[in-house]
Design a protein around this ligand. Structure first.
Ligand code: ADP
Ligand code: MG
Length: 253
């Protein structure tokens, strides 16, 4: 897509868990190259919103469009194939396996081969193709020197980047990151921010849930604030941060 073209359009998305509306009438949009922070107090509905966007949960109402197509109601695999990638809040890596194997396995499970090919063992050329794709994404993320390092011996910040490399194997246009900076040291946060800026420069859109306000302030073009499942505010980070209603939501929460 052209820089600045509309990628994601969320129109009155809603998710009910029994009588609880975890997401109600959420509307926002992302354009190619946008880096947007989704923030809000605990229980506001941020993770649920991510699950609706990535097809982990079906919405109870509203419309979600990606590149002009309705994606609400599609499954997680189909949504990934259409170009929405995600990383999870907790790292899921095989500690003993190399970074390369972890990323290649992730690429495989993310749908670069059917379930049948997974159950049988992969054809040699398919394995070679996956390893090539994985190596390319590891280099893109600046981890080439750790290609053959066991994932478990990397620092947490590097493990998070391995997870991002894995998500990049499906060639997403939009990347969803759930608390990518949680638990990282300053230097690791800076490396992660550098990678997100690079992806933005390549035209990717990134939506991140993050509690670390300093990390988010520096990195994002815009913040969307959720409270009780609804959008409380949206705008430039420095404006939103000083919004009275936003401050009250955090202090009151
Ligand atoms: P956040 O990520 O902003 O902390 P969540 O999206 O995890 O918030 O949760 C929003 C609300 O929905 C909370 O009240 C939470 O308890 C509830 N919730 C989340 N997932 C489920 C679920 N699978 N079943 C029932 N309630 C849920
Ligand atoms: Mg959450």
């Amino acid at each position: 897509p052209a820089p600045g073209s509309l990628l994601l359009d969320v129109d009155a998305a809603r998710k009910a868990f029994g009588g609880l509306l975890a997401v109600k009438d959420m509307s926002f949009a992302l354009r190619a190259g946008d880096v947007v922070g989704l923030i809000g107090p605990n229980g506001a509905g941020k993770s649920t919103m991510f699950n609706l966007l990535s097809g982990v949960l079906p919405p109870s109402g509203g419309a979600i469009r990606f590149c002009g197509e309705r994606i609400d109601g599609l499954g997680a695999r189909r949504i990934m194939e259409l170009g929405i990638g995600r990383s999870f809040q907790h790292v899921h890596l095989l500690a003993q396996r190399s970074v390369l194997e972890n990323v290649a396995l992730g690429a495989h499970r993310r749908g670069h081969a059917g379930p049948l090919a997974a159950a049988l063992h992969l054809e040699r050329h398919e394995e070679a193709r996956l390893l090539h794709l994985a190596a390319e994404q590891i280099r893109r993320c600046g981890l080439a020197e750790h290609m053959y390092t066991p994932a478990g011996s990397l620092a947490l910040g590097q493990q998070r980047i391995v997870e991002i490399a894995r998500a990049l194997c499906s060639d997403p246009l939009l990347l969803l990151l759930d608390e990518p900076a949680a638990g990282l040291r300053l230097q690791e946060k800076q490396a992660l921010a550098g990678l997100i800026r690079q992806l933005k420069a390549e035209g990717m859109a990134v939506l991140l849930v993050e509690h670390d306000m300093d990390f988010v302030m520096d990195l994002t073009d815009r913040l969307v604030v959720m409270e009780f499942g609804s959008k409380l505010a949206e705008g430039l980070p420095e404006v939103v941060r000083n919004d009275a209603a936003v401050l009250a939501a955090y202090l009151g929460g």
